[in-house]
Ligand binder design. Sequence first.
Ligand SMILES: Nc1ncnc2c1ncn2[C@@H]1O[C@H](COP(=O)(O)OP(=O)(O)O)[C@@H](O)[C@H]1O
Ligand SMILES: [Mg+2]
Length: 236
Amino acid sequence: MTDMLLEVEKLEARYGISQVLHGVELGVGRSEVVSLLGRNGMGKTTTIHSVMGVVSAFSGSIRFDGDEIRGWPSYRIARLGIGLVPEGRQIFPNLNVRENLVATAGDFGREARWDMDAVLDMFPELTARLPIMGNLLSGGEQQMLAIGRALMTNPRLLVLDEATEGLAPLIREKIWRCLHRIKQSGQSILIVDKNLKDLLKIADRHYILEKGVTVWSGDSDALRANRQDLDRYLGV
Ligand SMILES: Nc1ncnc2c1ncn2[C@@H]1O[C@H](COP(=O)(O)OP(=O)(O)O)[C@@H](O)[C@H]1O
Ligand SMILES: [Mg+2]
């Protein structure tokens, strides 16, 4: 038995004839926060989409809580307890905030820690916006809604793909504070983000992707200690 919740091994995926993932290794333990790092175009979103079953990886292994889920349809993977905050937020523009939150909500037989009250307690800004259509929200409100919507599925693993991208600094700080609170509740989290300083504070461990291959992994102390060698992979 392993206490890893998500274990990805030797993952390979392609779009048409163009292979993008050539051997991704990644693991997230229970109550662990893990970051997936790498410059633009290195395969972070494709890795996440493979885990979610949106992209069908043709080789390798994706185990979630012991189940081999590579090849499973994405609705089954979502029900298993992986909640995605997708790149670009992707909230439903023609549903209001309340409808966005309840559209995919559920506990799927798990302990229900997140409901409307808990999400509004985390993001009080959304309370007055409940009847407002998704497309009329500010970028920051849309991002809070996207996170709230993922939490409403009571995920066993929360996955965030560039959740602070394009936000004003104050809103970005607010999102990081909320993520720290979510972490403290014991939530397992996988984060893709460009803000290394914030990731070093919140993540227990990090993986670096270079052209679809995991080239390094380690904890925050190891990443700090190896910054000079690793900067070429991080584009900073
Ligand atoms: N839908 C797609 N069709 C074809 N190629 C894609 C598609 N999505 C991404 N790619 C290519 O796959 C590579 C990895 O992209 P992506 O996983 O989005 O990287 P990252 O999230 O690390 O920026 C890039 O070269 C990108 O151009
Ligand atoms: Mg991406």
